[in-house]
Write a protein that binds this ligand. Structure first.
Ligand code: COA
Length: 148
C-alpha cells in the first residue's frame, strides 16, 4: 500500500479539501468554511495525504473539555482502505492531547459505514435528533466516546 499519513491542513490544501467535501456530502460546507477552520484556534483541521495528493479530510472542534468531530470524509476511490480510520485516529489523538474529557459527533441514521467506523473506536449511541438534516429531514444519531 502507498504511504498514507495525516497532517495539519494548510491553505494550499483548500481546493482539494472543498472538492472532497462536495463529493462526500449533499450539504457541503460553504466555500470559506475550511479557511476559517485553519484560522480558528479551537479548530483542528487535518488532511490525509498519499503521494502528495489530498485523499481525505477531518476537522475536530474543541469546546472547553469536549471534542466534537465536525467532519470526516475520504475521496470515493480511496474508501474502504483504512484512510477514515487513520483520520479519526489522529483527531482522537489531538482530542486527548488537548485534555478533552469526551468526543462527540452527529451522524445520519442511514450512514451505516460512518457509524461502523465510530463504533469500532468505542463511540456509543447517546441520543437522537429527529429531522436534523434539512436536505431530506433525516434524523441524526448522537454518538459519544468518553476518554478514561
Ligand atoms: C465514513 C468514511 C469517512 C469512512 O472512510 P473509509 O476510509 O472508507 O473507512 P476505513 O476504510 O478506514 O474503514 C474503517 C471502518 O469503517 C467501517 N466502514 C467503512 N466503510 C464501510 C462500509 N462501506 N460499510 C460498513 N462499514 C464500513 C468499518 O468498520 C471499517 O473497519 P474494517 O475495515 O475493519 O471493517 C467514508 O465512507 C466517507 O468519506 N463517507 C462519506 C462522508 C461521510 O459520510 N462522512 C461521515 C459523516 S458523519
Amino acid at each position: 500500500m502507498k504511504r498514507i499519513y495525516v497532517r495539519e491542513m494548510q491553505p494550499a490544501d483548500l481546493p482539494s479539501v472543498h472538492e472532497i467535501d462536495r463529493q462526500a456530502f449533499s450539504m457541503p460546507w460553504p466555500p470559506d468554511a475550511y479557511r476559517h477552520e485553519i484560522e480558528d484556534e479551537h479548530s483542528f483541521p487535518v488532511v490525509a495525504v498519499a503521494e502528495g495528493e489530498i485523499i481525505g479530510v477531518g476537522v475536530l472542534w474543541l469546546v472547553l473539555d469536549e471534542a466534537h468531530i465536525a467532519t470526516i470524509a475520504v475521496r470515493p476511490e480511496w474508501r474502504g482502505r483504512g484512510v477514515g480510520r487513520l483520520i479519526l485516529g489522529r483527531l482522537l489523538e489531538i482530542a486527548r492531547e488537548q485534555n478533552a474529557r469526551l468526543a462527540t459527533l452527529e451522524v445520519r441514521v442511514g450512514n451505516y459505514a460512518a457509524q461502523a467506523l465510530y463504533r469500532s473506536f468505542g463511540f456509543e449511541l447517546v441520543g437522537w435528533r429527529p429531522r436534523y438534516y434539512s436536505d431530506n429531514r433525516e434524523d441524526a444519531l448522537i454518538m459519544t466516546l468518553r476518554f478514561v
